[in-house]
Write a protein that binds this ligand. Structure first.
Ligand code: ZN
Ligand code: ZN
Length: 379
């Protein structure tokens, strides 16, 4: 009997210590004693505050790698950077400051570094030396159709596209999506993506339908950790949160090392001060990439590259709407207003586990099964 109790306790310990993604109904359900093995590696960049051209400081090579990852330093240069604050770094810092509308000092000042360390999307802001975020920023006239009525506007457009402005072809306007079966995601988690797809479908004449076949769906969604086979490894807790590829690739990947909040309550706002990430906010952003949008320098737009932890930003901004309608035209039913759609889904708090984590039942079963044979080889 004692042996049995020890065995059960061992199983419970294993189940309560998963290495898979952490999903929580809301920020307050994250255990206060939850410690991550490391803080975001990017936090070390704050030690570089005050660095400027001509200096040589330990660790500067790492921030060059950061800027190279997001396109501010050409990919063609080898990753073997020095710790010198050279012209390469100065140019990168200036372009970054321009993109994010910071004071263009060319130095790693406090404001700039405070922005550098904010968790963000892994898709580059600069492609082949050209910033996708500024889009010229020219004031121009463009036409937007609301319910069949065309209106002309004068405004500065900030939305952007991938090089060549790829989009889903005319014959593929009813898209399917599926989830990585090895994630064994709970319905609550899958529903977050359903809601995110609806936000885009409301403004363009595309539909998104969930299917089971991960291999044949147009869009495939999965949570992965570290290197996962596409040359864009995730970096653990915080830092890069997710990435997605341009049409018609259809791959949307999220970092399973984050603490994801799936509550989906209300519209935009502050959820908590905890270092947790609102899943729907990230999903809406990455679907924008799947549809062909690049990053925007409009801070309130969905396609802005960074997402402050504890923030929820799910409502499409006019910049997002205009960008995606440029690619696909307007949904005939879109009336120009972008009201949140909380009534289109239901919350079910009854299925959350004691620790607040959410699993699919097959995940728990797998965990139990694997622990009995002494294996914990979760993906
Ligand atoms: Zn992005
Ligand atoms: Zn990936």
């Amino acid at each position: 009997m004692i042996r049995f109790c020890v065995f059960v306790a061992f199983l419970l310990f294993l189940v309560a210590s998963p290495v898979s993604a952490g999903f929580y109904p809301n920020a307050s359900s994250i255990p206060p004693d939850l410690h991550h093995p490391t803080d975001s590696a990017w936090n070390a960049f704050l030690n570089l505050t005050g660095c400027h051209a001509g200096m040589k400081v330990n660790g500067l090579y790492k921030i060059k790698q950061y800027f190279q990852h997001f396109g501010y330093i050409p990919q063609t240069l080898s990753g073997k950077f020095t710790d010198d604050f050279d012209d390469l770094l100065k140019n990168a810092v200036e372009m970054y400051q321009r993109n994010f509308k910071l004071n263009i000092t060319g130095e790693l000042d406090e404001l700039t570094l405070n922005h550098v360390v904010i968790p963000r999307c892994g898709v580059p802001d600069v492609v082949n030396g050209t910033s996708t975020m500024l889009n010229g920023g020219r004031r121009r006239t463009y036409e937007v159709s609301f319910s069949g009525r065309s209106q002309r506007f004068h405004a500065v457009k900030r939305y952007s596209f991938f090089p060549g402005a790829p989009r889903w072809p005319e014959r593929r306007r009813n898209l399917t999506y599926a989830f990585e079966p090895r994630n064994a995601l709970a319905e609550e988690v899958k529903n977050v993506f359903s809601r995110a797809f609806v936000r885009w479908a409301e403004v363009i004449p595309l539909t998104f339908r969930r299917v089971e076949s991960f291999e044949t769906s147009d869009i495939s969604i999965g949570f992965y950790t570290g290197n996962h086979g596409d040359g864009e490894p995730f970096d653990g807790f915080m830092g890069t949160l997710a990435h997605a590829f341009s049409p018609p690739n259809g791959h949307l990947h999220l970092d399973s090392d984050e603490d994801w909040i799936v509550s989906g309550e209300g519209g935009d706002g502050v959820l908590s001060e905890r270092a947790a990430v609102d899943l729907e906010s990230v999903a809406v952003h990455e679907i924008g990439h799947l549809l062909g949008l690049g990053h925007s320098s409009v801070q309130d737009s969905i396609m802005y590259p960074t997402l402050t932890t504890g923030r929820r930003k799910v409502d499409l901004h006019s910049d997002d709407v205009e960008g995606v309608q440029y690619l696909y035209g307007s949904n005939p039913n879109f009336n120009g207003s972008r009201t949140p759609t909380p009534s289109t889904y239901q919350r079910d708090t009854g299925d959350f586990g004691a620790a607040g984590r959410i699993y699919g039942s097959s995940f728990v079963l797998t965990c139990l099964l694997m622990s009995t044979v002494g294996l914990l080889l979760l993906y």
